[in-house]
Design a protein around this ligand. Structure first.
Ligand SMILES: [Zn+2]
Ligand SMILES: [Zn+2]
Length: 170
């Protein structure tokens, strides 16, 4: 689905779309959809030519734990409200007020905005920066490659002393 400025100039555009797994490109090989992403809402053009997209997004994402690489589930179910400015607007440099920044997602090119971009944006906003399966995750052993949450592998991880490392380079 694509929101064209021409159509938005005439009226609000309601939408209700289901993106099947793989239907959204997240540009992150560690991130996958576990089931269809359901998204519904309304797009409208604000007086400043901003495209404002409001609605509800529901789905289930699977990511790899940053430490142990085990899959983690991220259920998503919530309302969103995002604003996109025309890319050619030159008031983008102005400091925005806090409330504006909150839903200021980015820019759209000339003739409109793909809904997939909005969905990707919101999903990434909701996911935590650091994705770990649990706070005390011990991760993968750099020595033997086993998951240290499951196995006490007993490897002694050698640490090259910085001072000795410096000597090696002489
Ligand atoms: Zn983990
Ligand atoms: Zn080990």
């Amino acid at each position: 689905m694509f929101f064209s400025v021409k159509e938005l100039e005439l009226h609000k555009v309601p939408f209700q779309v289901e993106f099947p797994p793989g239907g959204i490109e997240f540009f992150d090989p560690k991130l996958k959809q576990a089931r269809p992403l359901e998204v519904s809402g309304t797009a409208q053009l604000d007086p400043m030519e901003e495209i404002r997209v409001r609605g509800h997004l529901k789905g289930l994402l699977i990511a790899e734990c940053d430490r142990c690489l085990e899959p983690i589930e991220f259920p998503l179910d919530g309302d969103f409200d995002l604003c996109y400015r025309p890319a050619e607007s030159d008031w983008g440099e102005e400091p925005a007020s806090l409330s504006e920044q909150e839903n200021d997602a980015g820019f759209y090119d000339g003739n409109g905005l793909p809904l997939a971009d909005v969905v990707r944006e919101q999903v990434l906003l909701w996911l935590p920066m650091q994705r770990i399966c649990r706070e005390e995750c011990k991760g993968i052993c750099p020595q033997c490659g086993q998951n240290r949450n499951e196995i006490e592998c007993g490897c002694l991880v050698e640490r090259i002393d910085e001072r000795w490392a410096a000597l090696k380079n002489i």
